[in-house]
Design a protein around this ligand. Sequence first.
Ligand code: EZ4
Ligand code: CO
Length: 402
Amino acid sequence: MKITEARVIVTCPGRNFVTLKIVTDEGIYGLGDATLNGRELSVVSYLQDHVAPCLIGRDPQQIEDIWQYLYRGAYWRRGPVTMTAIAAVDTALWDLKGKIANLPLYQLLGGRSRTGVLVYGHANGADLSSTIDEVGRYREMGYKAIRAQSGIPGLDSTYGVSKDRMFYEPADNDLPTENFWSTSKYLDFVPKLFEKLRDAYGPEPHFLHDVHHRLTPLEAAQLGKMLEPYRMFWLEDTVPAENQEGFRLIRQHTTTPLAVGEVFNTIWDCKTLLQEQLVDYIRTTVVHAGGITHLRRIADLAGLHHIRTGSHGATDLSPVCMGAALHFDTWVPNFGIQEYMRHTEETDEVFPHDYRFEDGFLYCGESPGHGVDIDETLAEKYPYQRAFLPVNRLEDGTMWNW
Ligand code: EZ4
Ligand code: CO
């Protein structure tokens, strides 16, 4: 079997998605997600100009060799653009292998470790009381685990609070929107939010919260301590994680579980975090961390250190990524939780899939490969639209982390 074509499909059914379709001389094909939010076209070029020509004529069954060829062969290692492109190839090849073997992807990985994949949804509101109500709505939808984000008194806008209550799309402008941030206003508010949520809903639901990289390690330690009485499932991305050693300080001061890694591309980005057990959940995902082949290596290292997976699953990760992630989650022994933000109806129509949500869990399907397809005719109706993620400033104008 030979690869005859590697086609990149860009579509914007409400938001941009980049998909790689690897076609073989036997007519079967595999799909991989290549979406890098706000920087989509750089991955398109990487794939079209620098990867596709190297794939033609290769045996698509040599997944490991092709992964190593693209990683080592680039010379310029790692980075989000390279690793997203490699992930797209890798996911498409695992999809193809499943189709060749006539087996769902989780079977190729080693079979089922659990019946369903625990997911968490995103409840958010403009203020305390509407956020509390939204958490109730997610409880009614069946979610066992809910991330709560709220508008902060005194700040006009902040991360995680959406205009549309169901579909949160931060990449909302053809130039970056500017947000403003105050750590003191935030730290004053967040413990109150979770105190009220525990009062309202009792001990049972799992609560999560995303700080979105805005604190220093000492501030993160303070927040973790303040949240201890409310027994969080996790506190996510408290600080920017380029400096992995920075987590030592947070860890020494709080028992609130920590999650990190949605922006990581490789095992090298989390080596210290994992080996020193500085976090509890690793959020690397299929599309941004080199595909199934590399994610498996990260999960194995994590497992040695009592760390479980908690893959990123925001709406900018396409249904193709979600499908692959659910097969991975169904297999991976040290699974923790999977993020799940629902895609819009338009997106789901462009990407027909066989995974389904039921009572707080997602279930991957039994069709061969990862079970997600693309309707290319429909995809063509939604041309690319430039969209940026917001930027963030402190109230005095200083650039900060969004
Ligand atoms: O801001 O996926 O936990 N989820 C997140 C996301 C990210 C977006 C960036 O593309 O932090 O909402
Ligand atoms: Co996040």
